[in-house]
Design a binder for this molecule. Structure first.
Ligand code: TYD
Length: 203
């Protein structure tokens, strides 16, 4: 990896990760860092295909195809956007990364070690944060919006949360309680990130 840092923010649908990722980028930039927001599925060709072919349909496609498409989009996202930004020394904040595939496609029954294998072409992030919000809370938000995606059912979100929590236990993800006022959650995330950046600078 270049001289920048890669931070990813993970969580259930409607857990507030997009808001928190953007607030983190603002906080970093106002402290003189050069941070940038990006997200997955990406805005590239594979990402756009995923929106249409995977998410916005009535039934889920075979989960192995989902995993391969998300992995392909991730390689495209990394090579096309993340890597060049890291090489410029930027702090890249990615709204979802490899852990989304472990959680969502793992929750659908796919072997986690195979998902890890097909994501081997992209590096691990420097820091991965999991925004924890109860399933009931995200479901209430999901029910209020138009057009739910294939992932946005109680059963799926519950299983996805279980996997995220197991990744926290394994030490892959750092948990943050996302079920609090936006500013409080944001300050917690900033504290974790600034501490980590200090450690990285000292290396
Ligand atoms: P996201 O864009 O975060 O949702 P929103 O439109 O609410 O901002 O993610 C879109 C969906 O894609 C989400 O349900 C999670 C799913 N997903 C996977 O299943 N696997 C993956 O690897 C990724 C990146 C996303």
């Amino acid at each position: 990896m270049g001289k920048g840092s890669l931070i990813c923010i993970e969580g259930l649908d409607k857990s507030g990760k997009t808001t928190q990722s953007r607030l983190l980028v603002e906080a970093l930039n106002s402290r003189g860092f050069n941070a940038i927001y990006t997200s997955e599925p990406s805005d590239g060709e594979v990402g756009k295909f995923i929106e249409r072919y995977v998410l916005k349909r009535r039934r889920r496609i075979p989960v192995s195809i989902e995993a391969l498409l998300f992995a392909a989009d991730r390689i495209d996202h990394f090579e096309r956007k993340i890597k060049p930004m890291l090489n410029e020394g930027k702090i890249v904040v990615s709204d979802r990364y490899v852990y989304s595939s472990l959680a969502y496609q793992g929750a659908a029954g796919l072997d986690i070690s195979w998902i890890i294998e097909i994501n081997r072409m992209v590096p691990k992030p420097d820091l991965a944060i999991y925004l924890d919000v109860p399933v009931e809370v995200v479901m209430e938000r999901i029910m209020k919006k138009h057009g739910r995606s294939v992932m946005e059912t109680f059963e799926t979100q519950s299983r996805v949360r279980e996997i995220y929590l197991s990744l926290v236990k394994r030490g892959d993800l750092l948990p943050v309680d996302g079920n609090r006022p936006i500013e409080e959650v944001s300050l917690d995330i900033q504290r974790i990130v600034f501490n980590k950046l200090k450690l990285l600078e000292a290396e």
